[in-house]
Design a protein around this ligand. Structure first.
Ligand code: PBG
Length: 307
């Protein structure tokens, strides 16, 4: 391979993450030439309708996968939380990099904490998972839609459209906005999206050269935790249509997984937790999914015919 070409979305966060992967690949393979191939995706272009309405998060991957199929790019960089539980046939996750901060962030120009917001305050987020947890903790809040990239969301907060917003700490930190984080909304009380904070590299599953180059960046512990979280979400048929949250942590050979399913409409939360072995993350994910269903989560999930 003469040059490794990495497809990326054009948002500031996507470009940061892809530059980070490019630098890590150059460091792991001295002499390797790495280039970015920035592309527009339908998920970035259509901002006036909800992601669920235009086809879900897979839209962010489609254009990048087409570029890999055409041979215009060798691999693509994604936030792992935006990658559907089932990859398109012919593609594989060549690496999952060491996770950044997995927590959500409470961001406001008025208050330090969610509890300190005045009654009826306006909070922006389009994530059903975040809406459900906000409703559970503060049923009085007015929840408002908020889409766009991280910079756009902060600009809308600063323009006064919201009293507070909830974003991922990892995205804020990567873009140099650490100082905007007023509170880290931490597990196990507040759970992030499955695989939040982890960056993944996708490539064609028959591209042995790219798979081998990217393998150097794979972080075993992050892979283990994100596998457990994604297995739970997969078992619940989770997608961006469903408020599902999960967080796994490793303690030696022991893996602990917290999961929840919620209702964005009324703030009902069903929670489950289990311990398992670090060499069987998928089994633990399945077990927590079953516990959630036994505890009544099925009523909060869309029925298979609507999914
Ligand atoms: N939903 C979009 C998205 N996808 C990944 C991140 C941040 C980085 C990450 O969580 O890995 C964000 C922004 C956010 O949720 O605030």
């Amino acid at each position: 391979m003469t040059i490794l070409r990495i497809a990326t979305r054009k948002s500031p966060l996507a470009l940061w993450q892809t530059e980070h992967v490019a630098a890590a690949l150059r460091a792991a393979h001295p002499g390797l030439a790495v280039e970015l191939v920035p592309l527009s995706t339908r998920g970035d272009e259509v901002l006036d309708r909800s992601l669920a309405a235009i086809g879900g998060k897979g839209l962010f991957l489609k254009e990048l996968e087409l570029a890999m199929q055409r041979g215009d790019a060798d691999c693509a960089v994604h936030s792992l939380k935006d990658v559907p539980m089932e990859l398109e046939p012919g593609f594989a996750l060549a690496a999952v990099l060491q996770r950044g901060d997995p927590a959500d962030a409470f961001v406001s120009n008025q208050c330090d904490t969610l509890d300190a917001l005045p009654a009826g305050a306006r909070v922006g987020t389009s994530s059903l998972r975040r809406q459900a947890q906000l409703r559970a903790q503060r049923p009085d809040l007015q929840l408002l839609d908020l889409r766009g990239n991280v910079n756009t969301r902060l600009a809308k907060l600063d323009a006064g459209a919201y009293d507070a917003i909830v974003l991922a700490c990892a995205g804020l930190q990567r873009l140099g906005f650490d100082a905007r984080i007023r509170t880290r909304l931490q597990p196990p009380q507040w759970l992030p999206a499955p695989a939040q904070g982890a960056i993944a590299i996708e490539c064609r599953d028959d591209d042995a050269a790219t798979l081998a180059l990217c393998a150097a960046l794979d972080h075993a512990d992050t892979r283990t935790c994100s596998d457990a979280e994604r297995a739970m979400n997969r078992a619940l048929h989770g997608s961006c249509h469903v408020p599902v949250a999960a967080f796994a942590r490793l303690d030696g050979a022991q893996l602990a997984l917290d999961g929840l399913v919620g209702s964005a409409a009324d703030g009902t939360l069903v929670r489950a937790q289990a311990l398992g072995r670090s060499d069987a993350p998928d089994a633990l994910g399945l077990r927590v999914a079953q516990q959630l269903l036994q505890a009544g989560a099925g009523a909060l999930l869309p029925s298979p015919q609507n999914a």
